[in-house]
Ligand binder design. Sequence first.
Ligand code: PMT
Length: 221
Amino acid sequence: QREGDMRGLKVMVTAAGTREPIDPVRFVGNRSSGKMGYSIARQALLRGADVTLITGPSALTPPPYAKVVRVETTKQMLDACLAVYPETDIVIKAAAVADFKPRSVADQKIKKIHPEDGMTIVMDQNPDILKTLGGMKKQQFLVGFAAETQNLLENAASKVKKKNLDMIVANDVSLKGAGFNTDTNIVKFLYPDGTVEALEILSKDEVASILLDRVMAKRKR
Ligand code: PMT
């Protein structure tokens, strides 16, 4: 019944994790595989949307017909999002963005240290992409994700406010079958009016499909 209902809509999806280099061969990263974001891109394409998939490094094959922008660092993902954002109707930010980056990147591979010395890497805060987009929001319907290991609803609700979102998808990534690199997810949808909808454990494609149903219903109001 939903076939083609997103025709003509421009959808930006971010997926996978960003990485911050330490030296030419090492990076700080996270466990995001891209599965959640790629599922959203695939489902939106099946419904006729024009999809730009902005993705960190991932072993997955992007869905056919997506416009794919490959990035590595948080700054590159921010720049890619800003380039597409003004012309976008719906933004879904499933990417796991590196919040910190090493203050300096070594030009050469860092050599072994003496076992007793230890090594300190000073990290700086990265920009918050979603908050930046929230601050510039015009026609866009803005959906964030919240990956939490505690106080799921409180933390997700505060992200809705701080980042000026229209909806957030909260996943408790400490649950079995939820979060990073699983084929399933267990999510709750939260809205600015405080309403919450909890879904059972579902495949990431099913979560993506229901998520798009809710986005389409909310946009109409
Ligand atoms: O890729 P998979 O292996 O399938 O895993 C899926 C997932 C667990 C990565 C996904 O379901 C998920 O939860 N994605 C969001 C992960 C995350 O970064 O959550 P957060 O609570 O730290 O960030 C909140 C939101 O702000 C997210 O939409 C994030 O994209 C965005 N953000 C965060 C930090 C930052 N500097 N810039 C951002 O835009």
